[in-house]
Design a protein around this ligand. Sequence first.
Ligand code: ZN
Length: 99
Amino acid sequence: MKIVCDGCKKEFTIKKKSIRSEKVFDIVERTFFCCPKCRKKYVISYSDKEIKENIKRLKLIKGKYLRKEVTFEEYEKECRDILERNNSLNARYKSLYGR
Ligand SMILES: [Zn+2]
């Protein structure tokens, strides 16, 4: 993926190995990359215990759906609820700890 840095206007490609993560106050993990020229930090996402649990729940519900233990509607609704929850947690962390 190519982006143009807001800071120095240099165009660069985000490589998998340049994506890093760090702890924020021990309980939150920030995934980010930096502009190779000016080091401006770009946050991709935040993650905490609940977000990780929610991602596990997504996998579980997918498994249940594939085994036909839940209907497509139930599967879709649960996925939507979980993703909304994770998005709102991420939005909160972004406003608290920077985006
Ligand atoms: Zn830059």
